[in-house]
Design a protein around this ligand. Sequence first.
Ligand SMILES: *[C@@H]1O[C@H](CO)[C@@H](O)[C@H](O)[C@H]1NC(C)=O
Ligand SMILES: *[C@@H]1O[C@H](CO)[C@@H](O)[C@H](O)[C@H]1NC(C)=O
Length: 352
Amino acid sequence: MQAVYSIFLLAFAAISIATAEPEVQDSVGLDPKEVPMLHAVPYLTAENTTFGALVEGAGVDHWGDLYAVHYKGSKAAVGRAFKTPALFFRDRVDDASWFNAIRFSTDRDGVHEAYIGDVTNHRVVRVRDPGGKGAFFHFETFCHDPDMLQPNDLAIAYSTRRLFLSGMRFANNSVIGDGDLWTCNEQGTATRLGTFHRTNGVEVSPDEKTLYISEAVDQNGKAVSNVIHAFDLDAQRGTIRNKRTLVDFGQLDGSADHDIDGMRTDVNGNLYVTRWGAGRIAKISPTGQLLAYIELATISEATNLEFAGTGGRELFVVGACVSDPTKGCIDRWAGPVQGHVFASLQQTYGKE
Ligand SMILES: *[C@@H]1O[C@H](CO)[C@@H](O)[C@H](O)[C@H]1NC(C)=O
Ligand SMILES: *[C@@H]1O[C@H](CO)[C@@H](O)[C@H](O)[C@H]1NC(C)=O
């Protein structure tokens, strides 16, 4: 009786595990033809764009306006792209500055600020709007280290105002050290968190407990691997641990040779990943499932993206125009959920 009872219990336990487990489709080996294809539409085209070919570093402010670098073809200039295109910030001190990334934030007193990555000077500059009128003019080097490879892109953990910076250099045969990941705390102290093969996209999850970074491996001048790593993040201390591979695009859809560039999360934690050269964005679930592709209208070499616009739900994607590669185009796709950064910027942080 006792034995029968235990067997019954075991069987019951097995059944409840089987039914409690949601049916999850294994994304590895998924037929890319079966992945839903969504379609972006043109926003700034080769005919009416105000951005150059190196358009990059898409960022959103708390009004839902979108910004990008290479405004009017200047590496030292950031422009607003949406709603109305205009110059946002130009480095008038060092014309050799090469801005590649921008993210908006709010300081403890509620003052709006923007952090801009400068490849040439291995630093992040900060501009502030103390008057609250959208006039960002207080300009300073916020964090800096000559050992930074770039920075290329940057992300912010809004709970602690900590920055995360990725950097890279191209080599025909990449080695560990051709990519790096740094953090800058609220005081602007820079610390290197790790070295990799070529790193590019960097993002934090909406709960700021996970940090994502992309890594590409190059052999004989060609990318042979493109993956996204996830780490457990301690946004307070600025430490990462428990590295695991969330997505390997070679296994996922056979696109190891297409570089990952910018990545952004939505409020549900889904990742939107630029597939440079493939003319599309991959939407990836927090568990690494391929959920959809967003096909681009005017861009093949997408460099970056961000949710902005109405309700912070419109995904804007930037990159060189296919029809005129000397210019920077922007496509948009109206999604159902808000971007993580836009949602974070709606809250009042400060005044603590
Ligand atoms: C640029 O042109 C495209 C295509 O004609 C149009 O949809 C878009 O609204 C224009 N953008 C601006 C800012 O005028
Ligand atoms: C890198 O590869 C390119 C093309 O494959 C080649 O032209 C170039 O010489 C290589 N550079 C080095 C340093 O080997």
